[in-house]
Structure formats: structure tokens, C-alpha cells
Ligand binder design. Structure first.
Ligand code: ADP
Length: 561
């Protein structure tokens, strides 16, 4: 038997018939003043489009989420791109809205995040590397603030900032565990005031979160001004407004705030803007990108990171609330391999047929379906089909969904592009029309922080209780006292499990979520609750994806996938 080989993502992307970005802009009926080219294949869209399109009815928002993934990812970006292409293929006007990939996972485990197979956004090398420089601008704004803080203390510390109580960290868009805890200002009086500091990955920073939640330039500035950088010796919060640098920080971000337009392999317009992680941040592309895509198209297909316990929960409780978005439907991506892993199959045996493990693993999908139903939203399960998947397994997943009264479709968008997602596209259209939509966030803002965290832990994760560490209990009181109790919460939790223990797969029951620490992201407008051992600066694996990467003499990228 001859073995079929498939082209790699980068090979497919490099062979694509890419249109000039001016052609995509024409397709969107944009005029010259509405966009600015960044080379031949990328553009920044003008924020003035919001004003221009004020009276146009918003398109429908379709949210793509998934079950708890394997470390390789279950194909949310791939299905998001494929569904966008499929909607266009059947005659609808759809736009894809995605996050910009972080260099941390690109160099580390995942090797890129621009979709896969015949459902990718291009130029994928640019998107996976420096793109239009937005993440660098965010890193710079974040670190400029760190420099202003240390300079303020060095120059006499008029605000009486306690160097031991600074909560602002420096950032880098790379997995670099050696920088998690550092000491700065060593070397004597001319080098500043020594203090303990640390680095987070840029995509976990509050500046990234604000960038993604801001509605316009003024809102960006207002949110940056409200960021709490530390506390005085009397334990009063110190903000960016106290340091008077919100103008400078906004200036550093002004070009980045314009969303980036690219295209998919089938020339469907795609807006890629902002990229917070979904485990340690809120996990959604910018509100500006989603809302502009809704103005420019009749459908926006957008993704929220990791499983529905993380990205979708935060999309629905945080982003949708701030942006006043009512999603029209949710697509839950599931794969046979991840379901088998949840049912007890070993990670190196996921390719083998194993109906016993698959059946046991369905409980994980079941929980995510219940979560989306708890938000009152119509949903469809997309079974992301891998070429070596076993037919009986796919059939089992589809018939299991049917028995539960849940719509499900096979998605072959990786192999066939939009053509492999037409059935999914038709079902999505049907449920946005025919099914009831009672969308509401799971908690109200007047509930206490403790109540909000407990609601998420119980209703979304299925936990029986929440334990707060002594430090978190003190912080809960302080934050309520500071008037931050009415903010939503952004949970930081392992992506691999519904619990805060990555080894508990499937649908764990009778478990406790441990909140070890809280962080006030007052500018972003949420309180981060750190659970289990989740880290805000990841490390690289033993064999990082970077080992496969290279570039030819004429500048062609190799090894990105
Ligand atoms: P997620 O967004 O859920 O993290 P991605 O869409 O980025 O997942 O996909 C992760 C990786 O898996 C990519 O390299 C992609 O090419 C690959 N992939 C996704 N779907 C399929 C599929 N059906 N067959 C083969 N590879 C796939």
C-alpha cells in the first residue's frame, strides 16, 4: 500500500495564490482613506471606519471554542478559518477574527497559530513572527512603564511607592523561565534602587488585555491611566495616572491599535489583532477587531483560546459584557484523539483506534456542552477530522451528539479548506436563525469577587468548592475595600483539565479549586485569580519547535507549522 503524504502548513501557505491586500480591501468596499498598507499582503484598518459605518447593522458573531485540548491543540484556529471560508463558499459574507500568535509557543511547543492545512491565514510566516509589530509595541509600552516606575523611585520617590510592593512586572514575548524572578537596580546608587522584580510573557500582561478590551483611543488611555502599579508605604494603590505617563503609553500604542487585515488561503478577509493567552489572560482577540469585522461582514467567525472552561468563559463573561456583544452561535471543536486522551488513552497511543477510551472521554465534551447551554447559547459540535482518524470513532461522536439532542458536524477544513466545512457552515446558519438565544453572563457584577470565582469554579469547571490561600483571602478583602469588587474575574488555570490540576483529565468530580493569589488588573477591568501552579511566564520544552526552524539564503522561512 502506498503511503499518502501531506504537505506541511508552511508548504501549503507558500504555494497559495495570495491576493494583494488592496484586492481584499476592494472586496470589502473600502476606500483609500480606510486602510494603510503594511507591505503587499497586510494592512492596518483605520479606526475611523467605526464612524463611517455607524449606521450599518452589525453582523452576527460566531464563537469557536473547544474541549480541553492536548498540548498540540485541537484545531480551533483551523476550524475558525475553515468555517469563515466555508461561509463565503456558500455565498455569505464572512470575516475571520483571530488573535496574533505569541512567539513563546511558536518557538516552544506549538510552532505557530495561523490555522492549519487548507484553512490558514496568510502570510503565515509574517503572522507567526513579527507581523505588524503590535506585540513589540505592547512589550515596549509595558517596559517603558517599568522604567518610569524605577526612575521615579530613583529620583526621590515623591509618590512614596514602597519598592517591596510594586506589582508591575517587566515582560518579554518569549518563554523564558530564567526571568521569572529577578533583582533589578544592583550596582550602587547610580544604578537605581534594588528591588525584586520578575518578567511575565507579554501576552499575559495587563497592557495586552487593555489593548484587547479598549473600544477606542480614549478608552485605551483611560484604561492605561487606571492601571495599579504598586502600593505606597501606607498601602494606598499607586496608578499610572499618579505617574502621569498614560499619554506616553498611549502614544507608544497608537499605531498598533488599528486592526490588521490579512486573508485566508481562499482569500476570505481576516482581521488579526491582539493575542492574550486564554489560560493566564482573557484569551480573545481585540474588541476592536471583532466589532470592525461585524461592521464589515454579515458574519464574524472568531475564536477564544483553549477549552470552553477558559477562553469561551472569559469571552462570554468579560469580553461580551464590555463590548456588548451577543454571540449568535458557539462552535465546540472536538477531536477523537483528545477525547480518547480524556478517556484514559496514553498520549503516544492516540492514533490507535480505541472506542473504549473514546466513550469514556465523551464526558469532557459533555461538560463543555453544558457550559455553553448554561450561557443560553445555541451550539454545534465540530468534529475536526484528522486524515488518519478511524471512521467508527467519528461516527460514534456524531451519533452520541445526536442522542444528546446536540447538533454536530464533521469538519474536514484542514484537508479540503472551505469545501470541507460547508455542512458545518449550513448548520451554523440554521441555528443562528432557528434556535432560541438567551445569552447572559453567568454572574452579575454586584456579586462579590468570592461569589464570582465560586460560580465559575462550580458551573464551568464542575468543582465542588473553592479554597482561597491566606494571601488570597487578605487580597479579597483589600480589593473589595479599594472598590474593585464590582469587576469581573479572569481565572488563570491549567488548560489541560477542567480542574486546576493538569493531570485530572476527562470530567473530574468532587474536586477543589485552589486560588493561591489574586492580581488586580484595574485598567483592564478584571481581577485575575491564579489557581493551582499556573505560571504567567511559561518555560520552553526540552525539544522546542525552534530546533526545526531555519531560513534560506533568499529569506524563505522553514519549519514554522
Ligand atoms: P488550536 O487553535 O485549537 O490551538 P490549531 O488550529 O492551531 O489549534 O491547530 C493546531 C495544530 O494542529 C496545527 O499545526 C494544525 O495544522 C494541526 N491540525 C489542526 N486540525 C488538523 C487536522 N484536522 N488534521 C491534521 N492536523 C490538524
Amino acid at each position: 500500500m502506498t503511503k499518502v503524504t501531506y504537505k506541511s502548513d508552511i508548504e501549503i501557505a507558500q504555494e497559495a495564490s495570495i491576493e494583494k491586500i488592496s484586492t481584499i480591501c476592494e472586496q470589502l468596499q473600502l476606500e483609500e482613506e480606510d486602510w494603510e498598507p503594511y507591505g503587499k499582503y497586510k494592512a492596518k484598518l483605520s479606526l475611523s471606519l467605526f464612524d463611517k459605518l455607524r449606521t450599518k447593522k452589525d453582523g452576527k458573531v460566531i464563537l469557536v471554542t473547544s474541549i480541553n485540548p492536548t498540548p498540540a491543540g485541537e484545531g480551533k484556529s483551523t476550524v475558525t478559518v475553515g468555517l469563515g471560508q466555508a461561509l463565503n463558499a456558500i455565498g455569505e459574507k464572512a470575516i475571520v477574527a483571530l488573535r496574533e500568535p505569541s512567539l513563546g509557543p511558536s518557538m516552544g511547543l506549538k510552532g505557530g497559530a495561523a490555522g492549519g492545512g487548507y484553512s490558514q491565514v496568510i502570510p503565515m510566516e509574517d503572522i507567526n513572527l513579527h507581523f505588524t509589530g503590535d506585540i513589540h509595541a505592547i512589550t515596549t509600552a509595558n517596559n517603558a512603564l517599568a522604567a518610569f516606575i524605577d526612575n521615579h523611585i530613583h529620583r526621590g520617590n515623591e509618590l512614596k511607592i514602597d519598592p517591596r510592593k510594586i506589582v508591575w512586572k517587566r515582560v518579554l514575548d518569549m518563554n523564558d523561565r530564567a526571568l521569572r524572578q529577578v533583582v533589578v537596580g544592583l550596582g550602587g546608587p547610580l544604578q537605581g534602587v534594588p528591588r525584586e522584580d520578575g518578567f511575565d510573557i507579554t501576552v499575559a500582561s495587563e497592557v495586552m488585555a487593555i489593548f484587547c478590551l479598549a473600544s477606542d483611543m480614549n478608552d485605551l488611555k483611560r484604561r492605561l491611566a487606571a492601571m495599579v502599579i504598586g502600593y505606597t508605604y501606607d498601602h494606598e494603590p499607586v496608578t499610572v495616572a499618579d505617574l502621569k505617563v498614560e499619554g506616553a503609553l498611549t502614544l507608544l500604542l497608537k499605531d498598533a491599535l488599528a486592526p490588521n487585515l490579512v486573508q485566508t488561503l481562499e482569500n476570505t478577509p481576516a482581521i488579526i489583532h491582539g493575542g492574550p493567552f486564554a489560560n493566564i489572560a482573557h484569551g480573545c482577540n481585540s474588541i476592536i477587531a471583532t466589532k470592525l469585522a461585524a461592521k464589515l461582514g454579515d458574519y464574524v467567525v472568531t475564536e477564544a483560546g483553549f477549552g470552553a472552561d477558559l477562553g469561551a468563559e472569559k469571552f462570554l463573561n468579560i469580553k461580551a459584557r464590555y463590548a456588548q456583544i451577543k454571540p449568535s452561535a458557539v462552535v465546540i471543536v472536538a477531536t477523537a484523539r483528545a477525547l480518547k486522551m480524556h478517556g484514559g488513552a496514553k498520549k503516544d497511543e492516540l492514533a490507535s483506534e480505541n472506542l473504549v477510551a473514546l466513550k469514556a472521554g465523551m464526558a469532557n465534551l459533555q461538560k463543555h456542552i453544558e457550559t455553553i447551554q448554561a450561557f443560553g447559547l445555541p451550539l454545534v459540535v465540530a468534529v475536526n477530522h484528522f486524515v488518519n482518524d478511524h471512521e467508527e470513532e467519528i461516527d460514534y461522536i456524531l451519533s452520541w451528539c445526536q442522542e444528546q439532542g446536540v447538533k454536530a458536524e464533521r469538519a474536514e477544513v484542514w484537508l479540503k479548506g472551505g469545501a470541507g466545512g460547508e455542512a458545518l457552515a449550513r448548520t451554523v446558519l440554521a441555528i443562528t436563525e432557528s434556535e432560541e438565544n438567551h445569552f447572559a453572563p453567568l454572574y452579575t457584577l454586584d456579586q462579590s469577587l468570592e461569589e464570582k470565582i465560586t460560580i465559575i469554579a462550580q458551573k464551568v469547571y464542575g468543582a465542588s468548592r473553592v479554597d482561597f490561600s491566606p494571601k488570597a483571602l487578605v487580597q479579597l478583602k483589600e480589593f473589595e475595600h479599594n472598590g474593585w469588587g464590582t469587576l469581573p474575574v479572569c481565572m488563570a488555570k491549567s488548560q489541560y483539565s477542567l480542574s486546576d490540576d493538569p493531570t485530572k483529565l476527562g470530567r473530574p468530580t468532587d474536586f477543589t479549586i485552589t486560588v493561591r493569589e489574586l492580581k488586580a488588573s484595574v485598567g483592564a477591568g478584571f481581577i485575575v485569580a491564579l489557581t493551582g501552579n499556573v505560571m504567567t511566564m511559561p518555560g520552553l520544552p526540552k525539544h522546542p519547535a525552534a530546533l526545526q526552524m531555519d531560513v534560506t539564503e533568499d529569506g524563505k522561512a522553514k519549519g514554522l507549522f
